[in-house]
Design a protein around this ligand. Structure first.
Ligand code: BGC
Length: 516
């Protein structure tokens, strides 16, 4: 009896911002959903007319690109199992599903000369299945799986990609824009350019730091802007949707009071490079980034900065091209710069993003929760990031498009539950202070091909059993907890689900087609 009364009291007194933080309400206008990306879950890599993407190419040409030497030829087989995926979304009761389009499934040549009917049908079916159950599709046009053909032409280092991407985006709007009201132009420019072109971590693994990554940065900004302008001029009026970019921003915190500058520089290099040109009043790259790269380039005897300039016409073309900000966030770092840092970077003579930035970063061991350090836990960094964005960019509405925790995959994932509770709570703290958050997305709906980690790191609310050819999906404890968060629009730090009861579709929770 006492427990019942205390639960009732807790529920009655649950508020968003009060001091009793164990049960907090989540504002009703915030959309809650889950995400995935095409290459990471679809499989069917060469089926029904789909051609090779840079991701297919990488996993096939470097058999052990992924730690576990796996590939994504089948992955979670979502190309065939999308109905089960939608059923999982209904079990969770989400408002929306964020997924991405595979460019080579829709345009096998990379160009709009040939549209692949079977590929179009797949996405059309997925969208219809979602809408049937009142789940909003949130569609990422590009999540890293560029056509290999376009990579042979230089990929994101070739300025023509602005046209190529624009053409693909136009095809996507024409095909699906009658039903899709949320478009994300490009996923994570920093990861795409820095890890894809400046390092060997994600496709195409070019590993040309301080050069290819900056060519990519400029082209990505212009391509994003192209997608935005096409939607704005040719489609918005009759499709009535919104379009935005998703950047990944991890928070760099000064290690000590002497390290403010290092932390500012790290934040600007890692993500300000993309937010500043789009969101600031002046546009263009952040001054400090331009300055540091220009100085280093001169020292290296180059005639111009390795960061290609944006002309004033380009600055204007890019500035203001996002309706809201899509934000992916996983973790934070401590940043510092001291005499040994200077010496360390001083010894790097060639082009280097890290030397240009000139700040060191690390994550203290005690940020580890659970058995792996795949995602380090520092929810206060999320709060600081959201607060910084609020002040820096006129409180632009923010859609959290990814947040999640990697571990080795147990069904009882208390570490992930702790992580989600901590990060959602930090988000609520930021909202209480005035941050304008419109949506929150868990990464990921299900286990997927985690780039260089293959399947060795699991990050899904649903476990995928890759040892079973039918690839069954099983909800983890975090799925039960997220479902309850969505159902009750409440973050209850002590809620313990009964996992003996199968997670089932609850029609009362998945029947709202909400909009921002
Ligand atoms: C990417 C995802 C990836 C996730 C977790 C994000 O940066 O957008 O594709 O799976 O991180 O590693």
């Amino acid at each position: 009896m006492f427990t019942v009364i205390s639960i009732l009291l807790a529920l009655c007194s649950s508020s968003l911002c009060g001091t009793a933080q164990n049960v907090r309400s989540i504002p009703k206008h915030i959309l809650l959903g889950a995400a995935s990306s095409a290459f990471q879950v679809e499989g069917a890599w060469n089926i029904d007319g789909k051609t090779e993407s840079i991701a297919d190419h990488l996993v096939h040409s470097q058999k052990c690109y992924a730690k576990d030497c796996s590939n994504a030829d089948v992955a979670a087989n979502s190309y065939y199992m999308y109905k089960r995926d939608v059923e999982m979304l209904r079990e969770l009761g989400v408002d929306f599903y964020r997924f991405s389009l595979s460019w080579t499934r829709i345009l096998p040549t990379g160009f709009p000369d040939k549209v692949n009917e079977a590929g179009v049908q797949y996405y059309s079916n997925l969208i219809d299945e979602l809408l049937k159950y009142k789940i909003q599709p949130v569609v990422t046009i590009f999540h890293w799986d560029l056509p290999q053909k376009l990579q042979q032409l230089g990929g994101w280092t070739n300025p023509h990609i602005v046209n190529w991407y624009g053409d693909f985006a136009r095809v996507a709007f024409s095909l699906f824009g009658d039903r899709v009201k949320y478009w994300i132009t490009i996923n994570e420019p920093h990861q795409l350019c820095h890890y894809g072109y400046g390092s060997p971590y994600i496709p195409p693994a070019m590993n040309l730091t301080g050069e290819a990554d900056y060519l990519c940065s400029k082209n990505v900004l212009l391509a994003h802007a192209r997608g935005y302008h096409i939607y704005d001029k040719e489609f918005r009026l009759w499709q009535e949707g919104m379009i935005f970019i998703t950047i990944n921003a991890e928070w760099f915190e000064p290690e000590s009071e002497h390290d403010y500058e290092a932390a500012i520089d790290a934040n600007q290099f890692w993500w300000g490079l993309y937010t500043h040109p789009i969101l600031s009043r002046s546009g263009d790259y952040p001054e400090i980034v331009k300055h540091r790269i220009a100085v280093m380039s001169t020292k290296q005897g180059l005639l111009r900065s390795r960061l290609p300039e944006l002309s004033s016409e380009e600055i204007n073309y890019i500035r203001g091209t996002t309706d809201i900000l899509g934000l992916n966030h996983y973790t934070s770092y401590l940043a510092y710069r001291n005499a040994s840092t200077e010496e360390y970077y001083g010894n790097i003579t060639g082009p280097s993003f890290d030397a240009d930035c000139g700040a060191m970063n690390y994550q203290p061991g005690d940020w580890q929760i659970g058995e792996t350090n795949a995602t380090m836990y520092a929810p206060w960094g999320f709060y600081k990031l959201l607060t910084f964005i609020r002040f820096e960019y006129d409180n632009i509405p923010v859609f959290i498009t990814e947040n999640g925790f990697g571990n080795s995959g147990a069904l009882i994932d208390d570490d992930r539950v702790l992580y989600y509770r901590g990060y959602l709570s930090a988000m609520l703290d930021a909202i209480c202070d005035g941050s304008h958050i419109v949506g929150y997305t868990t990464w990921s709906l299900m286990d997927s091909f985690e780039w260089p980690n293959g399947y060795s790191i699991r990050i899904g609310l649903y476990q995928v059993d890759y040892n079973n050819t039918s690839l069954p999906r099983t909800p983890r404890k975090s799925a039960y907890v997220y479902k309850e968060i969505i159902r009750s629009r409440t973050l209850d730090m002590n809620y313990e689900p009964d996992m003996t009861i199968p997670l089932s579709v609850d029609n009362s929770t998945s029947n709202r087609l909400t909009h921002i």
